[in-house]
Design a protein around this ligand. Sequence first.
Ligand SMILES: *[C@@H]1O[C@H](CO)[C@@H](O)[C@H](O)[C@H]1NC(C)=O
Length: 115
Amino acid sequence: MKTFLACLLVLSVSVTASNASCYVLPLNPVKRGDEIIGSYDMKGEPHEFNSQWKTEDCLECSCSKFGISCCTTYARPVNFDEEKCVSIFNNTACAYEVVEKADHSKTCEVHEWVG
Ligand SMILES: *[C@@H]1O[C@H](CO)[C@@H](O)[C@H](O)[C@H]1NC(C)=O
């Protein structure tokens, strides 16, 4: 019972600590001779262990011996006037912009963002 509670606690802490969404690519070994020195990403590009980089679709990735993990770096607007406004992802700024449906030059107030 104690172990169960401890696990539950760890789980809830890790959920609240990171509200970014991540995915993991399993290790796809890059070899130098017999040695595994890194992993290939989804585009087939090699990355060394312990390296970090940003992708053009606004993800932050890192490579470890377990594979490549990528997380979003931007927050998503969740609490705004959806009748009147629409959220648009800006790939240059790596951020959502919430603007009026009728006039995209007008920004809307957002009450809450989630990662
Ligand atoms: C996206 O963000 C960039 C940099 O902040 C800005 O210059 C550009 O106008 C934005 N694009 C759109 C479609 O809002």
